[in-house]
Ligand binder design. Sequence first.
Ligand code: NAD
Length: 261
Amino acid sequence: MYEHLKEKVAIVTGSASGIGESVAVRFGQEKMKVVVNYRSKQEDASKVVKKIQEHGGEAIAIQADISKEEDVKRLVEAAHTSFGTLDVMVNNAGIQSEVSSHEMSLDEWNKVISVNLSGTFLCCREAISYMLKHGVKGSIINMSSVHDIIPWPHFVHYASSKGGIKMMTETLALEYAPKGIRVNAIGPGAINTPINAEKFSDPGVKAGVEKLIPMGYIAEAEEIASVAAWLASNESKYVTGITLYADGGMTLYPSFQAGKG
Ligand code: NAD
């Protein structure tokens, strides 16, 4: 636990499920004030709000599609109206779909890019504008992926969006470091969440993924939430522009593990 996170105000996008939910609940354990953002699952978002409150934090649920400019503006305003400021912005919402690249329609490409890349940009922009206007030395955390550096066949839109997030994070970190606003990313490896529940329900596929992880297991969302809490806290106050890979070693070229490369 990080004592100084108490009563800090955070928005976590896409926090009605998966990693976002775990980050929001962890922030609740830190006794923070959390805006739980959801796109369509109001009931799930309400459950997350309840969990946060049970841990002693404060929370509200706000519907917003982060690929829409007006929705993102409304989301940031909601933090101000409900809790008076915005200290931490976690841009977690993301989508993926499996399509061979030569068959990918422009619509399919745009769908993923508009949420993962443009949506993350809009959230960064609005959070930074707010922090500049109100003199907040805040922390922005973008949920990237190991696929910002590991190529991923059949997911070219997703990998391109995450690669873009990496450079977006570095550029914004450089631009706003003099103002005390930190911008970092987390690169999760394989995590047990709804986004890949179907894939991991096949024991053969699951075992194949585990082989790509030197530590040998697929992580739980809480293992990413603890990284987010650290990046949100003052314990990381000199850290900006990084992508912190929480991936059990997936980015370490696991096929070289036997040392016979
Ligand atoms: P998830 O599907 O549970 O979470 C994604 C959330 O984003 C959902 O709640 C969804 O409703 C929300 N969302 C989607 N589009 C939205 C929009 N336009 N506006 C608002 N909310 C929207 O899956 P997850 O694994 O928890 O994914 C969270 C993030 O972590 C994503 O950015 C994903 O790319 C990233 N990630 C996940 C893994 C993994 O193995 N699970 C690995 C690397 C990166």
